[in-house]
Ligand binder design. Structure first.
Ligand code: PAF
Length: 312
């Protein structure tokens, strides 16, 4: 009997998983979790194996805290390439010292469970800051052109941080295709310019912005909004749409934007960093209204900064 109990205990121990299974995120059906790699060497080995199997490679760069918007980018990537890598890395170099790096929401287990449920992701790359920026790291990419103005007027450090980390991710993963959300429209243009300027053989695919029923664009930072701020936040999209409609109807751009600006303040946004109609490709002020235009905005409620954009 004693020996039997001993055997039983041993066999139960043998059956214990050797790794922590990702927790099931509420509302997401669990399927096999994609493996997680944390070093460039492990990443390259996994990608080389996929390439050896004849698979094309896609990359969806993220900072984690994943929501349906990110998951839609993963599904879109899977339509283009069978081997989809998702990077999860809260990139310190794109945050200024006074920004929310320390409090940025992080829950890797929940993120991996959500990725597993899509069935679209084959590998998660989650490097540590030390692996991404080892001792002595001293090179930075400083984009200009479409990176000038708008976000840069308020977050001057931002696009150098983004361009540098994305260039590193591109050289580490060496994907055929990379998917970015239109929600960060200026960032998307910066990445397209980076790929063009550095002759990187990567197709950049844009994923459309997903929205809450009241129009608020999905964003990891929406988690910061208290109920009052959340109610105000939904007005951003409504006011941007009416400003865009006014411009599309041929009204003066400066006047339409001024009305939109005043409405944003009346709606309860404490600060309007910008509300601008720009050339959709160059992001310069509009000089030719026959070209595609884009309306872009950044506003603040309390400590939360929201950005959004849409076609005019
Ligand atoms: O959009 C983001 O989440 C980040 O800016 C990115 C592209 C992952 C770079 O850190």
């Amino acid at each position: 009997m004693g020996a039997e109990n001993g055997d039983c205990r041993r066999s139960l121990q043998d059956r214990k998983p050797r790794y922590a299974a990702p927790r099931q995120a509420p509302g997401y059906r669990m399927t096999a979790a994609p493996p997680i790699v944390r070093t460039v060497a492990e990443l390259r080995a996994a990608v080389a194996k996929a390439r050896g199997d004849g698979l094309g490679v896609g990359l969806v760069p993220t900072m984690g805290s994943l929501h349906e918007g990110h998951l839609s980018l993963c599904r879109l990537a899977a339509q283009h390439t069978p081997f989809v890598v998702v990077s999860i890395f809260v990139n310190p170099t794109q945050f200024a010292p006074h920004e929310d790096l320390a409090t940025y929401p992080r829950d890797e287990a929940a993120d991996v469970a959500k990725l597993a449920a899509t069935g679209a992701v084959k590998l998660v790359y989650a490097p540590t800051p030390a692996a991404m920026y080892p001792e002595g790291f001293a090179t930075s990419i400083m984009p200009k052109g479409v990176a000038e103005g708008l976000e840069t007027d308020f977050r001057p450090h931002f696009f150098a941080g983004v361009a540098t980390v994305v260039a590193k991710l591109f050289t580490q993963v060496a994907p055929d295709v990379a998917v970015f959300g239109e929600k960060d429209y200026q960032q998307l243009q910066v990445i397209k310019q980076l790929v063009r300027d550095l002759d990187l053989p990567i197709a950049i695919v844009a994923g459309e912005t997903l929205r809450e029923p009241d129009g608020l664009a999905l964003s990891s930072r929406n988690a910061y909004l208290d109920p009052r701020a959340r109610a105000i936040a939904g007005r951003l999209n409504v006011i941007m749409r009416s400003t865009a409609a006014s411009v599309a109807q041929g009204h003066d751009i400066g006047l339409s934007v001024k009305v939109g600006h005043d409405e944003l303040r009346k709606a309860g946004f404490e600060t309007v960093d910008y509300l601008e109609v720009r050339d959709a490709a160059t992001l310069k002020p509009v000089t030719d209204r026959s070209r595609k235009m884009r309306i872009l905005a950044a506003v603040r409620i309390g400590k939360t900064r929201l950005i959004d954009n849409m076609a005019v």
